[in-house]
Write a protein that binds this ligand. Structure first.
Ligand SMILES: [Zn+2]
Length: 269
């Protein structure tokens, strides 16, 4: 395996370089993000920007090509992204997302890649990413292709960091939207894109244990922020980034490059 010190980005390789990477058994990673509202203070591209930054850093030290981020994802939902009512939120239907992802996985495979990773960096994408991998490869082994599906890129943060992020306890995973983690990450990675003067905590007026269409007024916050955000800092973002990327690096090492058959990781083995 040829580990790289700098990220290998597919769109910056030549075709012979991409061929060589595939032939030597390099992996390829696609981040599946979204164009979605993130409150008054973060840009619509927050999931794509942070997701690709995480992917690029996590790839360092692995023989892994990082594909251009897919910046569109499945529909925003009220209790994880604010829902579809916000201008700028631009989403795909589930069937479209599955078709796009299936085509991309098939193209990776056709061009010789056999170690493929899909990173869902937008909560609503999760099952559609799995479905596309299933459509492309299915459950049975054929030509040695493996498609790794990573649905939850955020590590379990260390107890020290978690205590700092959520002094009153976590808000529930979906509600951590445009909130302290994403805001801190953006303050660290792209401070010029964060409207710090417009940061404000917010929350949906009610969070029932069901969803509803059409979306009732009380099912999302006015700003699109779903929990606490004002405690965000670039320093916290730096620590989140380091923990998330270290976790993802280990997941990729294990999922793409370990011998799954012999170490008992295959279900039923
Ligand atoms: Zn987000």
């Amino acid at each position: 395996m040829q580990a790289s010190d700098i990220p290998l980005e597919l769109d910056k390789l030549t075709w012979p370089e991409a061929r060589d990477a595939a032939e030597r058994g390099a992996g390829i990673l696609l981040t599946v993000a979204a164009t979605e509202q993130h409150g008054h203070h973060l840009p619509l591209g927050t999931d794509a920007i942070t997701g690709q930054a995480v992917a690029l850093r996590a790839s360092v030290g692995l023989d892994l090509v990082v594909a251009p981020v897919l910046a569109y994802g499945y529909r925003s939902r009220p209790f994880s992204g604010g829902g579809q009512r916000f201008p700028g939120t631009t989403s795909l239907r589930g069937c479209t997302l599955v078709n796009v992802l299936t085509d991309i996985v098939n193209e990776f495979r056709r061009t010789g890649f056999r170690r493929i990773a899909l990173l869902a960096h937008h909560m609503e994408n999760q099952n559609f990413v799995y479905e596309a991998a299933y459509e492309a490869v299915g459950p049975e082994q054929t030509d040695g292709t493996r498609v790794m599906i990573i649905e939850s890129p955020y590590a379990e943060f260390s107890p020290e960091l978690a205590a700092e992020l959520y002094p009153d306890g976590p808000p529930g995973r979906g509600l951590d939207h445009a909130a302290v983690v994403e805001t801190s990450l953006m303050m660290y990675l792209h401070p010029e894109l964060v409207r710090t003067d417009r940061m404000a905590d917010d929350a949906p007026p009610r969070v029932p244990r069901y969803d509803m269409l059409p979306i009732p007024d009380g099912f999302t916050s006015a700003s699109g922020v779903l929990s606490q955000t004002v405690t965000a800092t670039p320093e916290i973002g730096h620590r989140c980034f380091d923990e998330i990327t270290a976790c993802l690096h280990d997941l990729l090492q294990d999922g793409l490059f370990s011998d799954l058959e012999s170490d008992g990781n295959v279900a039923g083995a």
